[in-house]
Design a binder for this molecule. Structure first.
Ligand code: C2E
Ligand code: MG
Ligand code: MG
Ligand code: MG
Length: 292
């Protein structure tokens, strides 16, 4: 092998790595700017009960980029994780969600609603996570039970005792917990009874294929049964059709979220929806939204 060629190859590889790191830093800085300059938005997607009543909403991050338009969290959350910005981003989300809840408290139509906030594993494992959440709740002066934190199974990869201890403190203050994307992670069922959860969220991948795939239907059914046995509310995400909704309803699923009811929308639009001044993007099916 030609020595010069190997040297050139190594230098080439180093140059590519360096360029990649520089680009990532650049994107990280751009996201930091977005955070400081108010380019981030929290959209809300309603969560609906068996009777069609709005129980609350999930807060979902959006980045309104000046050139690229609306960037989805699937794109910038991995970037935030790589550049170490996720805890700061998560804190912004919590603060913004708590301020929204403070406004909700003042209106009888919104006062009883819960707002679910996604928490990433890197955010949850921060040593000051519990103190931060409590500080945001106190600053906004809200009832902690209006807030629900959505964790994914990735959080549980960490020291389980530490996870349970953190959850227990927040739970003692009245903050709710939901296990998001349930069924997609690597998890043993034994931890479930150790976690102070309020809700299990059936992942949308099972809901999507449920009517065509008996396996996915069986998983959805099992999650519902498991949740009920453990005394947890079960919510299905990604509900797009009335057939999916009624199938889940028959299984005993109590809450629903998905395009059938509404896409994630700006908070003002969500609130208008509650006040009856807004029509869903996807019209509700003509059949009444009643349980079996
Ligand atoms: P997720 O928490 O599982 O949120 C549900 C995702 O499904 C959202 O995507 C929502 O827009 C989408 N969705 C809702 N209903 C339907 C439906 O009927 N059909 C289909 N096809 N999709 C539906 P989104 O907003 O793009 O968010 C993607 C993921 O990004 C979230 O998944 C969550 O893991 C993460 N994420 C979003 N906001 C935050 C945040 O504030 N903090 C953290 N840590 N993660 C967030
Ligand atoms: Mg979620
Ligand atoms: Mg989810
Ligand atoms: Mg999901």
């Amino acid at each position: 092998i030609n020595h010069g060629f190997v040297v050139a190859l190594v230098y080439g590889a180093l140059w590519i790595i360096q360029a990649d790191v520089a680009q990532r830093n650049g994107q990280g800085r751009e996201l930091e700017r977005a955070l400081l300059q108010g380019e981030l938005l929290l959209y809300l997607q309603p969560q609906v009960g068996e009777d069609g009543r709005i129980l609350g909403a999930e807060a979902l991050l959006r980045w309104q980029h000046p050139q690229r338009g609306m960037v989805s969290p699937g794109e910038f959350i991995p970037l935030a994780e790589r550049s170490g910005l996720m805890p700061a981003l998560g804190d912004w989300v919590l603060r913004t969600a708590c301020l929204r809840l403070a406004a909700w408290r003042l209106d009888a139509r919104t006062a009883g609603l819960q707002l679910a906030v996604n928490v990433s594993a890197s955010q949850f494992t921060q040593p000051d996570f519990v103190a931060r959440v409590l500080a945001r709740v106190a600053e906004a002066g809200i009832d902690p039970s209006m807030l629900k934190l959505e964790l994914t199974e990735s959080v549980l990869a960490d020291d389980l005792d530490a996870v349970v201890a953190k959850m227990a403190v927040l739970k003692a203050h009245g903050i709710g917990f939901s296990l998001d994307d349930f069924g997609t992670g690597f998890s043993s069922l034994s931890y479930l009874r150790r976690l102070p959860l309020d809700q299990l969220k059936i992942d949308q991948s099972f809901v999507r294929n449920m009517l065509a795939s008996p396996n996915d239907a069986a998983i959805a059914q099992t999650v519902v049964a498991l949740g009920r046995t453990l005394g947890l509310q079960v919510i299905a995400e990604g509900v797009e059709t009335d057939e999916q909704r009624s199938f889940l309803c028959e299984m005993g699923c109590e809450a629903f979220q998905g395009y059938l009811f509404s896409r994630p929308v700006p908070p003002a639009e969500f609130e208008a929806q509650l006040h009856g001044a807004w029509r869903p993007l996807v019209p509700l099916a003509s059949t009444p939204l009643a349980g079996p």
